[in-house]
Write a protein of this length. Structure first.
Length: 298
């Protein structure tokens, strides 16, 4: 399917910086706001979710501060890049676009972690929540990553360990080994489509946020989010919630299970032929499943 063209684009002022946004579709049903992953990956790889606009609702993407078309701040240190910063930015986007009184939220990977942090605050305008391919804690994420790494070919495992120990994770051999993991557990559509490649390019061009909060890649997490968890607060979420998983997802079922166990109104859909990007790998089915959920919460 083709990615629909935006209806409009623009920026909102966030603490004197610029947050870029993209709106697809026309006002109708409750709008959907999409939160991209990373942190610091940019919105590009989530653009196929704009297909929801064909179902009669606006879909809003935006680049979080520090990446893509929003203001870049490479001089900022770890004390600046916090969960609260991105929660404040989300609140600003909702207010400035005039939708804070009624919206759905879909967060992918880190975006789902951010969406959950938003939802536990019980914002009155949140109608429905989609948490896609996201861990409930980074401890669980790392445990799942270790299990998946152990299933890689021995020479790939050896290359990863050698360069991680040496601190040479930018070496071409490490990148090649990393690509083996990604092709299994991040995006099984190989070669990756252009919008996914654009996100990898975003991180390579300015890795400030990703390296600070996460680390050098998806499974070697040494950044400030390493101790993050939301498990003990999940019971506070009031919004109806859909969990999305790929059967081969780097976000393994164990990393997602606390959402299913503790959110009061929750359902969980597995995409059997997907890894971490069902919206790319099984696009049509993804749009239908998410669309039906959003319809049920309007």
């Amino acid at each position: 399917m083709t990615i629909p063209d935006p209806t409009r684009t623009g920026t909102v002022d966030f603490n004197g910086w610029s947050t870029w946004y993209r709106v697809t579709g026309e006002p109708g049903r409750t709008p959907l706001v999409v939160l991209h992953g990373g942190p610091g990956a940019g919105h590009d790889y989530t653009l196929r979710i704009a297909g929801i606009a064909r179902q009669g609702r606006e879909v809003i993407h935006y680049d979080q501060l520090g990446i893509g078309r929003s203001t870049h701040l490479p001089e900022k240190g770890a004390d600046f890049w916090t969960v609260q910063l991105f929660l404040d930015e989300l609140d600003t986007v909702l207010k400035e676009l005039g939708i804070a009184d009624g919206y759905h939220l879909l967060g992918q990977s880190w975006g789902g972690m951010l969406a959950a942090e938003h939802a536990v605050r019980r914002p009155p305008g949140l109608r429905g929540l989609v948490i896609a391919d996201s861990p409930a804690s980074m401890e669980l994420w790392l445990a799942g990553a270790a299990e998946l790494r152990a299933q890689l070919p021995p020479d790939v495992q050896e290359t990863l360990l050698k360069h991680e120990a040496a601190g040479t994770t930018d070496h071409e051999d490490y990148r090649a080994a990393e690509a083996v993991f990604n092709a299994r557990h991040v995006c099984r559509t190989v070669p990756n489509p252009p919008e996914v490649l654009a996100t990898w390019d975003n991180i390579a061009t300015d890795p400030t946020v990703y390296h600070t909060m996460n680390g050098p890649n998806e499974f070697h997490v040494i950044g400030t989010m390493k101790e993050w968890t939301i498990i003990d607060r999940l019971h506070l979420i009031e919004a109806p919630t859909l969990l999305v998983s790929g059967r081969h997802d780097e976000a393994t079922p164990e990393t997602i299970r606390p959402f299913a166990d503790h959110i009061p109104d929750v359902r969980w859909h597995f995409f059997e032929h997907s890894s971490h990007m069902p919206h790319v790998e099984e696009e049509s089915l993804f749009l239908r499943v998410v669309g039906e959920f959003l319809d049920s919460t309007d």
